[in-house]
Design a protein around this ligand. Structure first.
Ligand SMILES: Cc1cc2nc3c(=O)[nH]c(=O)nc-3n(C[C@H](O)[C@H](O)[C@H](O)COP(=O)(O)OP(=O)(O)OC[C@H]3O[C@@H](n4cnc5c(N)ncnc54)[C@H](O)[C@@H]3O)c2cc1C
Length: 417
């Protein structure tokens, strides 16, 4: 569709939060448009097809699935859900980790999370790594998990924010791709693609949005771009909104990256198994063997390791993963693996990272970020969710919340689904 010149609500970004907002607003007696920078909808939810397999470059798991609105929606819409529990806490073949060591690691990680919960309960703030047990041999592995969970090491993660995340321990997947499911939610919604918004002039009674497809005037705006883009001034507000930028800077995006590889002789591995590369360092990959039983391995890298590999380019992920898998499984892995895809969310100008974490001392930044501005600018996305930040369903709930606020601001009260 082409960009209109005036709307009641402009939704900036058509990822999970933006699509949710647009869905909530549809059917209302309003003019509404979604403005999406990329040539596709879905944002950090994105499924590729390789060898007929759906590969999720961004979100893959319906986390906290028993409380996840998108799990319910996917079920209602007939998408196939795989309920195989994730293998993250195990090490296939007990490679370089005996069962006793695996139990020891799980116990140390649980004790760490318990200390985080106790500290948060008395309002203590600071880097979560302050609560490491200096005598634990597993602090490197715990930081590798932080890389996957937060896209950052625990020294960069707020105690109170980490504790606020709600993990029910139930995780499902969408067989045909989470990204495909999220993109399907955009069907029939008014979204203008290839339409980045670069500036929002808020001097007048109407907000004036400068976009790649011309000027649009809007009574209200729902802003769903990733926090690092708000900080970078993409879009830029005139006059500036320093409090908004400061709040966004408190919840920057960490980086998590995936590499998918095809593997020959896949039947040597059990379906949905897991290997961690190294025991002693946070700079190691997690390897999901035969996801959905497919002849593939999905490598997952977080934080500094992901940033370093991204800086070297896509091939570096495959090279690093191959080296770690050769160390674990023997040199014939080198010829058994073929590169399929790698994600590059940090280099992508429309994400600049994977998902948000609150910096130490910034546990209240999510609330500040979602505070309405002048009752006409409403911010939503994974980063504004307290309990489900960093997730697609958190973004979805927040998009609906922002839409309700925009409706109320326009005198239409709260929409009923
Ligand atoms: C590697 C990886 C693994 C993940 N795994 C999971 C998982 O297993 N489960 C889970 O629930 N979540 C996971 N996530 C997180 C999840 O994908 C995100 O939290 C969610 O998709 C974010 O949705 P959003 O709407 O907040 O932001 P986005 O999806 O980033 O949407 C924002 C949109 O705004 C657009 N945009 C940006 N700037 C502009 C501009 N100036 N003008 C117009 N448009 C603009 C972008 O192109 C984008 O489409 C993962 C993410 C990554 C990267």
């Amino acid at each position: 569709m082409t960009a209109p010149s005036f709307v009641d609500v402009a939704v900036i970004g058509a990822g999970a939060a933006g699509l949710s907002a647009l869905r909530r607003l549809s059917g209302q007696p309003l003019t509404v448009v979604g403005l999406e920078a990329r040539g596709r909808i879905g944002g950090r939810a994105h499924t590729l097809l390789r060898e007929d397999y759906a590969i999720d470059l961004g979100c893959g798991w319906l986390h906290s699935a028993d409380e996840n609105v998108l799990a319910r929606l996917a079920e209602a819409e007939g998408f196939t859900i795989d309920r195989t529990p994730p293998p993250w806490e195990s090490q296939a073949f007990n490679l370089e980790m005996t069962p006793a060591e695996q139990a020891d690691f799980r116990s140390d990680f649980a004790a760490f999370e318990q200390r985080v919960a106790e500290a948060a309960a008395i309002g203590r703030e600071g880097p979560a790594s302050d609560l490491f047990d200096p005598d634990s041999r597993w602090n490197g592995r715990i930081d590798a998990i932080s890389g996957a969970l937060n896209g950052a090491k625990f020294r960069e993660v707020s105690i109170r924010d980490y504790d606020a995340y709600r993990d029910t321990g139930v995780n499902w997947r969408l067989t045909d791709g989470y990204g495909r499911f999220v993109a399907a939610q955009g069907h029939g919604l008014p979204v203008v693609l290839n339409c980045p918004v670069s500036r929002i002039d808020r001097t007048g009674a109407l907000l004036r949005l400068e976009t790649a497809q011309g000027l649009i005037e809007a009574r209200t705006v729902i802003l769903t771009v990733p926090t690092d883009l708000i900080v970078a001034g993409a879009p830029r507000f005139d006059p500036p909104l320093p409090d908004l930028v400061e709040a966004a800077a408190g919840v920057p995006l960490g980086l998590a990256s995936k590499v998918h590889m095809l593997v020959t002789g896949a039947e040597d591995f059990s379906k949905d198994g897991q290997l961690w590369g190294s025991n002693d360092t946070g700079d190691t990959g997690g390897y999901h063997l035969r996801p959905f039983g497919r002849p593939m391995i999905e490598g997952y890298f977080g934080a500094d390791l992901a940033r370093g590999l991204e800086a070297e380019g896509e091939a570096a992920f495959f090279a690093f993963a191959t080296d770690e898998l050769v160390d674990l499984l023997g040199s014939n892995m080198r010829r058994r693996l073929t590169f399929a895809s790698a994600s590059m969310w940090g280099a992508d100008p429309w994400s600049r990272g994977a998902y948000s974490h609150a910096l130490p001392g910034q546990a209240d930044a999510r609330a500040r970020l979602r505070a309405p501005l002048e009752n006409r600018i409403f911010v939503a996305g994974e980063a504004t969710s307290d309990a489900f930040y960093g997730t697609a369903h958190g973004a979805w709930v927040e998009g609906a919340r922002a839409a309700d606020e925009a409706l109320a601001a326009l005198g239409l009260g709260v929409a009923v689904e």
